[in-house]
Design a protein around this ligand. Structure first.
Ligand code: ZN
Length: 433
């Protein structure tokens, strides 16, 4: 054991500048070496869990991935729990808990077991080419789960896990959260209430070879807009008697959204629409259909879209502005909008920035470049969004760097798992001191 650690330290001193490495404590040097020494076995475990299909709707597969991971957490002294989620139409969540010094902050580590790749997908297998691996979920989020385990194992080896209070929450339905959210996110909310600090192990943001820190993620919400009007012969359109029809009303609203609402960090896409006599939403509101005639004033139109914001204030304000536009009807028409608020925003708070500053102190001590803030407009929502409003401070993007997530050919930069696990372990150790 001692031999492998000193071999790891020797390799480290070649890799980083000596003065920087000297900033790390003994415990932290053990963390650095432990992560490196376990790299190949970490990759082997990543291969194992990647080759188990765990598409969100493959409940048996999600459970099977959890069953591989549970003994890994138990071996580090964690109490592991499988939380069945059949009440929300999903497999379940794996939670692992470990208590240390009551004075130390409570740290919540968030990842997920499921992937977007269901058993019908042609993309099922892990392959490795040097420092890159390809496979379904290798970055999103199985590589993130490996980073969590690797960081905890290194803390265990260094003795810093002993005093730490840690809950690991690995949801089984991150890619398609079960309904209702009150059920599917109940345990995550409870962990958020418990936690002081939340770390999200979704993929690391890298631009032009530089690592970025994620202090904010935008919310993710959706809306459904329906318009209605009296139908009639088209020759009467625009008259006081016949009105404007449901499609002009729909277009008025959407064009007012486009021209009146833009502001920084806000987007709202119209995903699809249909208008006619009648127009109707299809199954699960994922399609719309319409019939009509050129000489009939249409009586209905439907459209669905999203709404992504940086703060709850922005969500509330823009939703109210949308409502006001909707209510300003053309003659002879009516309209209503319904919002589904799903993921709240993780706002860029001062405390989140302070946590990134602590991570940057670690980067300096590790001889790594400082991480700047990643533009929040480029990150979507994730499970950490649910707990960000509940904790003192949160950082996302703590998982590995990869490419092509949610698409065939998803890959992971295996070396990024090393530095991410080292960063996380040292950050958690310093927070828990
Ligand atoms: Zn994910």
């Amino acid at each position: 054991m001692m031999k492998t650690i000193s071999a790891g330290l020797a390799a480290l001193s070649l890799a980083v500048a000596i003065p920087a490495a000297a900033q790390l404590s003994n415990d932290e040097s053990i963390i650095i070496a432990t992560v490196e020494n376990h790299h190949e076995s970490d990759i082997a475990l990543l291969e194992t869990i990647t080759n188990i299909n765990s598409g969100t709707h493959n409940h048996a597969g999600v459970l099977q991935v959890a069953e591989v991971l549970m003994p890994q957490f138990a071996a580090l002294g964690f109490d592991v729990e499988w939380i069945d989620q059949s009440a929300a139409g999903r497999a379940g969540h794996l939670f692992a808990r470990r208590e240390g010094n009551p004075q130390a902050p409570n740290i919540l580590m968030i990842g997920h077991l499921d992937t977007v790749f269901e058993p019908e997908s042609p993309f099922q297998t892990f392959t490795r080419d040097g420092d890159t691996a390809v496979g379904p979920g290798v970055t999103d989020n199985k590589g993130g789960v490996i980073v969590i385990l690797s960081a905890l194992r290194a803390m265990h080896a260094a003795g810093t896990l002993e005093g730490a209070n840690v809950v690991v929450a690995l949801t089984g339905d991150e890619e398609d959260a079960g309904d209702p959210l009150d059920v599917s996110r109940a345990d995550l909310y409870a962990a958020g209430e418990w936690a002081d600090v939340a770390l999200g192990f979704e993929g690391l943001s890298v631009i032009d070879g530089r690592d970025y820190g994620v202090v904010a993620r935008r919310s993710s919400n959706s809306w459904t807009l329906t318009t209605s009007a009296q139908s009639g012969h088209s020759s009467g359109i625009f008259s006081e008697r016949a009105g404007y029809g449901a499609i002009y009303e729909m277009v008025r609203i959407l064009d007012a959204f486009r021209s009146q609402l833009p502001e920084e960090n806000l987007t709202y896409n119209v995903g699809f629409m249909a208008g006619g006599t009648p127009a109707e939403l299809g199954e699960e509101a994922l399609s719309a259909s319409a019939v009509g005639k050129t000489n009939i004033i249409p009586d209905s139109a439907v459209a669905r879209g999203d709404l992504r914001t940086i703060s709850q204030d922005q969500t509330d304000r823009v939703a109210a502005a949308m409502q006001a536009i909707v209510d300003d009807h053309l003659p002879g028409s009516d309209a209503r909008i319904e919002f589904a608020f799903r993921y709240p925003p993780m706002s860029p708070t001062e405390a989140n920035r302070e946590l990134l500053a602590q991570l940057n102190a670690i980067n300096a001590d590790m001889g790594l470049e400082a991480m700047e803030e990643f533009p929040p407009s480029r990150r979507g929502a994730a499970d950490i969004s649910f707990v960000a409003p509940l904790v003192d401070a949160a950082l996302a993007g703590m998982g590995p760097n990869g490419a092509g997530s949610h698409a065939d050919g998803e890959s992971v930069d295996l070396n990024s798992m090393i530095r991410q696990a080292q960063r996380a372990a040292i950050l958690m150790s310093r927070l828990s001191e």
